[in-house]
Design a binder for this molecule. Structure first.
Ligand code: ZN
Length: 419
């Protein structure tokens, strides 16, 4: 019997069909797409710091290669073939980072994915949650931009992603909320990376938030479906077929975004089977009614009622929590509109007015200290932007400007009619 020689170029084995990095504040994620399940081994080398990923019996598919640059903590990324059939990926790091690796089963449109998460090794005296920018007396609003990173959410016909729309509106909403002296807003994610549904909830709990707003944009098979809707948690089934289907889709977010089920996160034992649940659902509904009232004045509503469905992201929070679908990515007109700055600002402004009306009635909300119906011009403002934010037309806003001029000055006070 002769020696069995492996051919130098082979189509056997697993193909790596794609790769990408996602950078979050807490970790950097490398995703390798694979044609099949694989055996892999990951280890750390020092001097210089590296994380090495060995994938057995694998090779890059034609045209596929590693990202040209790492980014974040990754100074460089390269591949090699240390032993027969093994594909080695090396991440060059500037400092020691810990890593976790896990394999995700296919979840259309994704094939098998090998995920490597790099996390900064915290200094010993570092606290995990930075709450330095929140004061105890603030009415704290956690804004949760849905999806992110590997999970695009609903995808429109023109290819735009729900995750981007959600983040854009959330950023605008945060800015508007922070102008109100009673409130302060924080985001569960600030860029394009995935945060597990559970971490979003844990974040809100750890901040002792007062309100939780999850921002999304819908997807539906029917392209004509349009308008915004507001959902609250249901413990006994969805209020509509749409709600049921939607909750299934939103709850599948972790499958697309990629969550290591072996990762032990602190378990939320704040059971909601007590009297807190009734309070939370009652308050969430009141909040939802105010949101629909405000949003209905600036755009179409998909449902005029607060809908209920079993959303995972609303489940474990013990504060008023709603999920806002700002429109339909799958409706061609709305997909286009949701990309527009003025539309995003209009929606964010309406959400703020709904929240503000709820806050007025909420005992936990601090007293108003700002003058009502006066708008102070802020950096970056323009007449169209302010008008969109306030739910007005530019000519309505012009009439509110006592000087009658069309130019705006920082700090200028506009008397704003209540929309
Ligand atoms: Zn969504």
């Amino acid at each position: 019997m002769g020696l069995v020689l492996w051919p130098m170029f082979t189509n056997a084995g697993t193909e790596v069909t794609g790769s990408r990095f996602w950078h979050g504040p807490e970790r950097t994620r490398l995703v390798l797409e694979l044609s099949d399940s694989v055996q892999y081994n990951v280890f750390r080398l020092q001097n210089p710091e590296r994380v090495v990923i060995d994938i057995a019996d694998s090779h890059f598919a034609g045209g596929a290669e590693l990202p040209a640059e790492g980014g974040g903590p990754v100074l460089g990324v390269r591949s090699g073939r240390p032993t027969n059939g093994t594909l080695r990926v090396v991440l060059d790091l500037g400092a020691p980072w810990s890593y976790r690796t896990f394999l995700l089963s296919p979840n259309p449109p994704y094939p098998y994915r090998l995920v490597v998460d790099l996390s900064r090794i915290p200094e010993e005296d570092e606290s995990v949650v930075d709450s330095s920018d929140t004061r105890e007396e603030d009415y704290l609003v956690v804004i949760d931009p849905g999806h992110g990173g590997e999970d695009p959410g609903a995808v429109g016909g023109k290819g735009s992603h729900e995750k981007d729309v959600a983040l854009a509106i959330a950023n605008r909403l945060k800015r508007i909320i922070n102008w109100d002296s009673r409130m302060r807003a924080v985001l569960t994610r600030t860029d394009d990376y995935y945060v597990s549904l559970r971490k979003r909830v844990l974040f809100a709990m750890s901040m002792s938030a007062d309100v939780f707003l999850s921002i999304h944009a819908d997807g539906a098979k029917r392209r004509s479906a349009r308008g915004a809707s507001v959902y609250i948690l249901s413990t006994d089934g969805a209020s509509s077929e749409m709600g049921k289907w939607l909750a299934q889709r939103e709850n599948a977010s972790d499958l697309a975004g990629g969550v290591d089920i072996g990762e032990q996160e602190p378990i939320l034992q704040r059971t909601l089977l007590d009297m807190g649940l009734d309070w939370k659902i009652k308050e969430s509904r009141l909040l939802g009614i105010e949101l629909l009232n405000a949003m209905g004045k600036v755009g179409p509503l998909h449902s005029a009622n607060v809908e209920r469905a079993g959303f995972a992201v609303l489940k474990s929070v013990d504060i008023p929590a709603v999920l806002i679908e700002t429109g339909f990515m799958t409706n061609p007109d709305e997909e286009q509109a949701l990309q527009q700055v003025l539309v995003q600002e209009r929606i964010a402004g309406a959400i703020f007015r709904g929240l503000s009306a709820y806050c007025d009635a909420d005992q936990r909300c601090p007293e108003r200290t700002q003058e009502a119906n006066v708008y102070v011009v802020a950096p970056g403002d323009s007449l169209p932007l302010i008008a969109a934010r306030l739910g007005l037309t530019v000519s309505e806003l012009r009439r509110a400007d006592p000087s009658g001029s069309s130019s705006l000055q920082l700090g200028q006070r506009l008397k704003v009619p209540v929309p």
